[in-house]
Write a protein that binds this ligand. Structure first.
Ligand code: RB5
Length: 146
């Protein structure tokens, strides 16, 4: 498995934690930055990440900003991206089971009820259920033409 990571300045510390966790699990992570608190714009990081993801070779992308909100919105403006913003283990699991999400977003300034790495693990352990959920995901894709 190969995962792409990117953040703005509000998310770089949490991104680092996620990267260390993935490395500990033997999962390859490619970190596109940023790696310090110097201000950058989260839409730029979302574009950088999605451009890299479109180049192929990645199973998922994980994006982090201060809240996760801005970077997930920016990611979801780009065709083919289904970026989820899970806050609980249930949401992380369903992001894959029902929504077949290909990106996750988190907030480095958010107090989560569980470690974010648990949310990542729950997402990765889940599988898309297909069936009616796949049909709904297809309808999401169709909305990109509107
Ligand atoms: C940056 O200050 C902050 O706005 C950004 O990290 C994010 O929280 C936006 O949604």
């Amino acid at each position: 498995m190969r995962i792409l990571l990117a953040s703005d300045h509000g998310g770089f510390e949490l991104k680092k934690q996620i990267a260390q966790h993935l490395a500990g699990r033997g999962i390859e992570a490619v970190d596109l930055g940023v790696n310090d608190g110097a201000s950058v714009d989260y839409p730029d990081m979302a574009k950088l990440a999605v451009d890299a993801w479109r180049g192929g070779g990645f199973d998922f992308g994980i994006l982090v900003c201060g809240t996760g909100i801005g970077i997930s919105i920016a990611a979801n403006k780009q065709r083919g991206v289904r970026c989820a913003l899970p806050f609980t283990p249930f949401m992380a699991e369903m992001a894959r089971v029902h929504n077949d999400a290909n990106f996750l977003a988190f907030g480095g300034r958010v107090d989560y009820p569980v470690p974010v790495t648990d949310l990542v693990d729950g997402f990765l352990a889940a599988r898309p259920e297909g069936g009616r959920h796949a049909a709904r995901v297809q309808k999401i894709s169709a909305l990109e033409a509107t």
